[in-house]
Design a protein around this ligand. Structure first.
Ligand SMILES: *Cc1c(COP(=O)(O)O)cnc(C)c1O
Length: 389
């Protein structure tokens, strides 16, 4: 055993079932372990490293900002945060941004903004309920665990915050019934349920969520923590549809490898959060914000259409192949239902130099959006072989 894994065993809280690899370096879409072995990255550190590793503009922006100023807190103004918020609002159709450091925090802000909007409009505790979907995933803090629509997450750590209700996905009647209680401030959805097994919601259902929330005076909130930042072939996945949500959370790929989350506030809630109502010491940190600007600059329409093309390539190569039951997802966020046990499959792929993920009972692929075609083709060939074994 290497010293690193021994130190983990001795000193790191035992919260993760880790694969037996220590990565030391990355280059483009490749990762290298401590023995110098090269891997094709088909996981991006869970949808984070959207530009791969060592992207020149990203690295230059991070180094320059670390050199100039790494942190001052939100008691003051900093340039990268302003520039990033401007870009995000221009590209998303949202009006203001609150910056945090993770997906869970972005969702905490989203929940607080929805509750405050409702309290301001209807009175405190009149419509506090945030409706989420069965099989969703919204984070690991107490409130976002409560928001997560999976019973497996609702034990051990209680009592949990109240004011959440769950409905089955793609069931418009169930949504109507819960909205009829007149207690709902927001309906929160992932357009593609990532941790829930890469399950896309039906477009007609998403349209219905938009129409019904409007009809009932509730907010439509979209968790774009995993689907955002180009992952599905649009900057944000709701941009595949013809409407805007009222609130959006995002994180994972936002800063291309540094911790950053954001809650994007649409027209209705743009002025809901007031001084003192929310905060974060590190939120909008200049180094993370400079990194995120470098990411945004590179998520061009050309790159996004490449994401769509690459996703279609993977789908066409794996659909109907031996050992494959089906391929779900959108863009470069794909789930492969397969005959093999997914954890064992990931281990076999690691041995062959391909890094993949699982989601529920599926193999999950989330490669860097910039993965070169030759690396992608090689990874897909190996994945196809292992699926068929
Ligand atoms: C990963 C994820 C989160 C949680 O993000 P963290 O950065 O781990 O807190 C929330 N929602 C969705 C949809 C996610 O995929």
């Amino acid at each position: 055993m290497t010293q690193t894994t021994e130190l983990y065993q001795a000193y790191i809280a035992d919260t993760y079932a880790r694969f037996p690899v220590t990565f030391v370096r990355g280059e483009g879409a490749y990762l290298f372990d401590d023995a110098g072995k090269r891997y094709i990255d088909m996981g991006s550190g869970i949808a984070v490293s959207v530009l791969g590793y060592g992207n020149a503009a990203w690295e230059a922006a991070v180094c320059a900002q670390a050199h100039a100023l790494s942190h001052v807190s939100n008691l003051y103004f900093t340039q990268p945060q302003a520039e990033l918020a401007h870009i995000l609002c221009q590209r998303s159709g949202m009006k203001r941004v609150f910056f945090g450091n993770s997906g869970a925090e972005a969702n905490e802000c989203l929940i607080k903004a929805a509750r405050k909007y409702s309290a301001d409009k209807y009175g405190e505790n009149v419509r506090p309920v945030v409706v989420t979907l069965a099989n969703s995933f919204h984070g690991r803090t107490l409130a976002t665990l409560a928001a997560t629509g999976q019973d497996a997450f609702h034990h051990t750590f209680g009592p949990f915050p109240e004011g959440f209700a769950y409905v089955p996905p793609n069931d418009t009647a169930a949504l109507k019934a819960v909205l009829d209680t007149q207690t709902v401030c927001a309906v929160l959805v992932e357009t593609v349920q990532g941790e829930g097994g890469v399950e896309p919601l039906e477009p007609a259902y998403l349209d219905a969520v938009r129409t019904l929330t409007q009809e009932y005076g509730a907010l439509m909130a979209v968790d774009e923590v995993q689907t955002g930042n180009g992952r599905t072939g649009k900057l944000f996945s709701y941009q595949h549809y013809g409407w805007l949500p009222d609130i959006v959370s995002t994180a994972k790929g936002l800063a291309g490898g540094l911790p950053m989350g954001a809650c994007l506030l649409g027209e209705k809630v743009a002025d809901t959060l007031t001084p003192g109502s929310h905060g974060s010491t590190f939120g909008g940190n200049p180094v993370c914000a400079a990194a995120a600007v470098a990411v945004q600059t590179q998520l061009t329409d050309e790159l996004l259409s490449e994401v769509t093309r690459k996703g279609e390539y993977i789908r066409s190569q794996l659909s109907g192949q031996p050992g494959v039951q089906g391929v779900s997802g959108q863009g470069l966020m794909l789930g492969i239902a397969c005959d093999k046990e997914p954890k064992a499959l990931v281990n076999a792929l690691l041995a062959r130099g391909v890094v993949c993920l699982t989601a529920k009972n599926k193999l999950r692929l989330l490669p860097p959006l910039t993965i070169p075609w030759d690396a992608l083709e090689k990874a897909v060939t190996i994945i196809k072989e292992e699926l068929a074994k």
